[in-house]
Ligand binder design. Structure first.
Ligand SMILES: *[C@@H]1O[C@H](CO)[C@@H](O)[C@H](O)[C@H]1NC(C)=O
Ligand SMILES: *[C@@H]1O[C@H](CO)[C@@H](O)[C@H](O)[C@H]1NC(C)=O
Ligand SMILES: *[C@@H]1O[C@H](CO)[C@@H](O)[C@H](O)[C@H]1NC(C)=O
Ligand SMILES: *[C@@H]1O[C@H](CO)[C@@H](O)[C@H](O)[C@H]1NC(C)=O
Ligand SMILES: *[C@@H]1O[C@H](CO)[C@@H](O)[C@H](O)[C@H]1NC(C)=O
Ligand SMILES: *[C@@H]1O[C@H](CO)[C@@H](O)[C@H](O)[C@H]1NC(C)=O
Ligand SMILES: *[C@@H]1O[C@H](CO)[C@@H](O)[C@H](O)[C@H]1NC(C)=O
Length: 513
């Protein structure tokens, strides 16, 4: 005990004498002890030195020695947020501070994305978004389940709007103290709810980051929930679309539109160029086999999903519908996503647990949802002028065949932003569309499509060279026989044009309109 104390004091003394020497990863606990709560704005819960290959997060081992800290930051009404900060050894550190967002209802830290980026040399922080997983039923929202965090307005506002801003300054201050120099740049990356958190940073906290990467963004969260509910209601009983029917539709779409871009790769490059009429698949009576044709009810159902939810008072769109080619990914729209998100949100935040979702009024109840939920969890202002003024860059990415989110929403939102700014915003805001991509990763029906998207690399290059990101690399398809396949993703409205050569190599494509 005494020996340890003497060594710590010595380490502390050495650092006190030489203020420029970064702390060593194996001095993690001494470093943690040196931090004062009032100075950093939060408290350290624990710290550990992690030698090389000592942690394994879902199969990924740390390749650098690390100092790993857990901390806690208070926020209004007696709440607190738990965060983690992983600091690679100073000689492995790339000088960049990165914050990782959350998925779904949060409550847990996305350590999988933390370790992937720590292994590239980033100092990486992530948080639970301001509430424990025990307050959201471990992320498993379901009809009739009470979710305590949805009843605490501060926790609801923290979840998407504010949590990143609560802990980022604290984690960044700790990072600066560890390396004895502030990070050169600060980045944020998140997908799904994390994509929504990225838009919240842009709208409400525009001064925190040099670059924001926001993927498959649920930033119109309340109406995304309406989209889940609409699709669930559209697919009940005889209107169900079994996987055989979904596959049938997508196969017909591909037969018609796969080669519009000149490459037969099992993907529609630009669904907006594909004019496909699902009624062409209607059964010629009396044959009704969902592997070969659709009943009239199924045709009508698919049309409802392509159209998306509408306010029945005015027949105006509440959220875009799904795009052609995405049908094979729709299974979760047929109830699972409404059960996991829409019904829990309605029952906990708008009505009460006895609310019957089939009684949802597609008129007045929308007003109630906007007021009681949208106000606190949406971030859809096209006025991102404060972000633009900081010089920060925002890179959004969205998959065309996302099983959760209608792919047209980010395109529609980009148009709203362009309208606000009176024209092109590509010098600071870009949207990359991913043909055949899933929700923040692979789409089950498109295993040949590279499912790791190098959005952060494209963003870093943009921020640090000033040259806008003109393309985004995709690697690692889930089909392991295509291990080395790479894809090029382009800033909308550009798409990848085949130049000739190996269609499995991104160099064979160029972005163009
Ligand atoms: C550190 O604190 C976090 C958050 O309270 C906890 O989950 C974790 O188990 C702790 N780790 C150690 C090594 O004590
Ligand atoms: C890391 O964890 C995965 C399971 O997530 C396991 O399959 C693998 O064997 C582990 N690797 C090591 C080196 O422990
Ligand atoms: C604040 O939260 C702590 C820990 O959750 C609890 O012990 C304390 O009673 C709370 N205080 C108030 C005023 O609610
Ligand atoms: C439906 O058609 C598929 C493909 O032609 C066939 O394999 C399947 O047996 C048929 N199912 C029924 C119930 O007829
Ligand atoms: C509602 O709007 C949709 C799309 O904008 C249109 O196709 C449909 O005909 C309209 N329905 C009614 C009843 O006006
Ligand atoms: C739940 O809401 C319904 C309909 O608004 C109302 O009749 C009922 O009393 C409420 N139940 C509780 C426990 O508040
Ligand atoms: C992938 O690329 C590596 C290195 O270029 C090569 O050794 C390997 O054979 C390739 N694998 C496949 C499946 O093409």
């Amino acid at each position: 005990m005494k020996v340890i104390l003497v060594i710590s004091l010595l380490a502390f003394a050495v650092h006190a004498l030489n203020n420029n020497t970064p702390w060593q990863a194996d001095e993690c606990s001494e470093f943690a002890t040196s931090l004062s709560t009032s100075d950093i704005g939060g408290s350290i819960l624990n710290s550990s030195h992690i030698p090389v290959k000592a942690v394994n997060i879902s199969g990924t081992l740390n390749i650098f020695p690390l100092c790993r800290l857990f901390g806690k930051v208070p926020y209004p009404k007696n709440n607190s947020i738990i965060f983690e900060l992983w600091l690679p050894a100073a000689d492995k550190y790339n000088g960049r501070f990165l914050v990782i967002g959350n998925g779904g209802m949060a409550g847990t830290i996305d350590e999988g994305n933390v370790i992937l980026n720590v292994n590239k040399g980033y100092a990486v922080a992530g948080s639970n978004a301001g509430h424990l997983a025990s307050l959201n039923n471990a992320g498993n929202g379901a009809p009739g389940v009470y979710l305590p965090y949805m009843h605490d307005q501060e926790q609801v506002k923290a979840w998407i709007h504010n949590s990143i801003a609560y802990f980022t300054p604290v984690a960044r201050k700790i990072t600066a103290k560890f390396y004895r120099i502030p990070p050169r740049r600060s980045y944020y990356e998140g997908c799904s709810t994390g994509g929504a958190q990225g838009f919240a940073l842009a709208q409400f906290h525009p001064h925190l980051f040099d670059g924001i990467a926001a993927g498959c963004p649920g930033n119109w969260y309340s109406h995304l929930a309406l989209s889940f509910l609409w699709n669930a209601q559209a697919t009940q009983g005889s209107n169900t679309l079994p996987q055989t029917a979904l596959d049938l539709i997508t196969q017909a779409v591909l037969a018609k539109c796969d080669t519009i871009d000149g490459v037969k790769d099992g993907v529609v490059e630009n669904p907006l160029l594909c004019s496909f009429d699902v009624s062409s698949l209607e059964c010629k009576a009396p044959v009704t086999n969902s592997s070969t044709c659709l009943t009239p009810a199924q045709v009508a159902t698919a049309q409802k999903i392509y159209t998306g939810p509408a306010d029945l008072r005015s027949n105006t769109s509440l959220y875009p519908g799904f795009s052609v080619g995405s049908e094979t990914e729709w299974a979760m729209q047929e109830g699972a996503l409404a059960n996991a998100f829409s019904i829990p949100i309605l029952q906990n935040m708008v009505f009460n647990l006895t609310f019957d979702p089939s009684a949802f009024n597609w008129g007045t109840d929308i007003d109630a949802l906007n007021e009681k939920v949208g106000t606190f969890i949406d971030e859809i202002s096209p006025d991102l002028s404060a972000l633009k003024a900081t010089g920060a860059k925002m890179l959004v990415f969205q998959s065309w065949t996302d099983p959760f989110n209608a792919a047209m929403w980010p395109i529609q939102h980009l148009r709203q932003i362009e309208d606000f700014f009176g024209g092109d915003v590509g010098d600071w805001f870009r949207l990359f569309m991913i043909p055949g991509g899933g929700h923040c990763g692979a789409a089950a029906g498109y295993p040949q499509v590279p499912a790791t998207w190098h959005a952060l690399d494209a963003l870093v290059q943009w921020v640090e060279t000033g040259r806008p990101a003109t393309e985004m690399l995709g690697t690692d398809p889930s089909d392991k026989s295509l291990l080395n396949k790479t894809s090029k993703f382009c800033p909308w409205p550009q798409t990848a044009k085949f130049k000739g050569g190996d269609p499995n190599n991104w160099y064979s494509f160029e972005c163009g309109e």
